[in-house]
Design a protein around this ligand. Structure first.
Ligand code: NAD
Ligand code: DAU
Length: 344
């Protein structure tokens, strides 16, 4: 079997690649990644020398590069590559439209041209928009994205469904809730909080901090993605939830408790524009059809994640010294300075 993974140098894609290469050492995995600020080859160090693993640096919007890297009649494309951070999409959406929409169409076109057997699009629970308390976002609920990021991911989904309908491509979609775990870039809530707390720096809490996210360990998510890739029903969309709906302040309290740090590190800052209040997926389909269940309880997963960041300080330092700092200053510098704090 040969699979073509896009965005395999990012947080979730690299977990998927590491796990797949370890599990199927005789198979070929081609990792196609532009290596944007979020793509980090250090994430792939554990498998870089495995015989079945190949890295190809390229942009999914560049049809020529995709054509060159994608083998004829490849078994599957697993499409993780995206601009993934909501705050960045609020600052500027154009790169999100380019990569998440145009890039997805380019991949669909080249995959069809090359006779790829299966196309798996990695989507997000954010396509459902903010879900009122007591309600759940189901696979057949209409999408209602509210951030530019979520809108671009929804547009990608529509293109995937359109290609399946029009050309008969075997295409599937997974919609995952908030992932956490090792190798996550420290612009996202959990690695940012761990990294700041270790330095006794303030942790910015947007608005009242009562927004609810459903946290899932990245290893559980990637087991689900593998199950969908191998056994998913053609054309199906599967929700992948962690079963851990938690308000942000409660999550951060748990994390600080694990780290032995005080809650006084939490500092309220201006809310994210258009901030979705709650994500909540209904995720019984993947359980009943594919027998997948999340295995890592939230507290265990957070503890292991804290230990990983503690044991991999060099990785964190390298990640922290990039473009992230400038972007962060522009977006939140004033609030944190006002609170007398230092920045990440
Ligand atoms: P990430 O930002 O960590 O990684 C994205 C990867 O895509 C990087 O390696 C980057 O270099 C690459 N990339 C970006 N633009 C590219 C382009 N034009 N061509 C080729 N490669 C490009 O993202 P992540 O958090 O690992 O998310 C992976 C996927 O999962 C995304 O599609 C995201 O929408 C989806 N998702 C993420 C979460 C989450 O909690 N992180 C939850 C649900 C869904
Ligand atoms: O739900 C799935 C989505 O989860 C994915 O599709 C996205 O790619 C991924 O980035 C993530 O989006 P969120 O916006 O939910 O994740 P983030 O880590 O940015 O924020 C989590 C929550 O914490 C959210 O309510 C905003 C809040 N937050 C975030 C940061 C970075 C803070 O309060 N302070 C912060 O500094």
């Amino acid at each position: 079997m040969a699979i073509f993974v896009t965005g395999g140098a990012g947080f979730i894609g690299s977990e998927f690649v590491r796990a797949w290469v370890r599990r199927f050492p005789a198979e070929t995995v081609i990792n196609f990644d532009k290596l944007t600020y979020a793509g980090n080859l250090e994430n792939l160090a554990p498998v870089a020398n495995e015989p079945g693993y190949r890295m190809y640096r390229g942009d999914i919007c560049d049809a020529g590069a995709v054509r060159e890297a994608l083998p004829e009649r490849c078994d599957a494309v697993v499409h993780f590559a995206a601009e993934s951070h909501v705050d960045r999409s609020i600052l500027s959406a154009s790169e999100f439209v380019r990569t998440n929409v145009l890039g997805t169409q380019v991949l669909l076109d080249v995959a069809r041209e090359k006779g790829v057997k299966r196309f798996l699009y990695i989507s997000t629970d954010e396509v459902g928009g903010s879900i009122p308390p007591g309600r759940l976002f189901r696979e057949d609920s209409p999408p209602a994205p509210s951030s530019p990021y979520a809108a671009s991911k929804t547009a990608g989904e529509h293109l995937v469904r359109a290609a399946a309908h029009t050309f008969g491509i075997d295409a599937l979609i997974t919609r995952t809730s908030n992932n956490y775990g090792p190798y996550q870039f420290p612009e996202k809530l959990i690695p940012l909080a761990i990294s700041n707390a270790r330095l006794d720096q303030p942790i910015p809490v947007y608005g009242d901090g009562l927004q609810v996210r459903d946290w899932i360990h990245v290893a559980d998510n990637c087991r689900a993605v593998a199950a969908v890739l191998q056994r998913g029903r053609p054309g199906a969309t599967y929700h992948i939830g962690g079963g851990n709906q938690t308000p942000n302040r409660e999550l951060l309290g748990l994390l600080l408790n694990i780290m032995g740090k005080p809650e006084s590190l939490l500092v309220s800052v201006t809310d994210r524009l258009g901030h979705d209040r709650r994500y909540a997926v209904e995720g019984s389909l993947i359980r009943s059809e594919l027998g997948w269940e999340p295995e890592i309880p939230l507290e265990d997963g957070l503890r292991a994640t804290v230990q990983w960041y503690d044991a991999n300080r060099e990785w964190l330092e390298h990640a922290r010294s990039g473009e992230y700092r400038q972007y962060y200053d522009r977006m939140y510098g004033r609030d944190l300075k006002g609170a007398g704090g230092d920045r990440a």
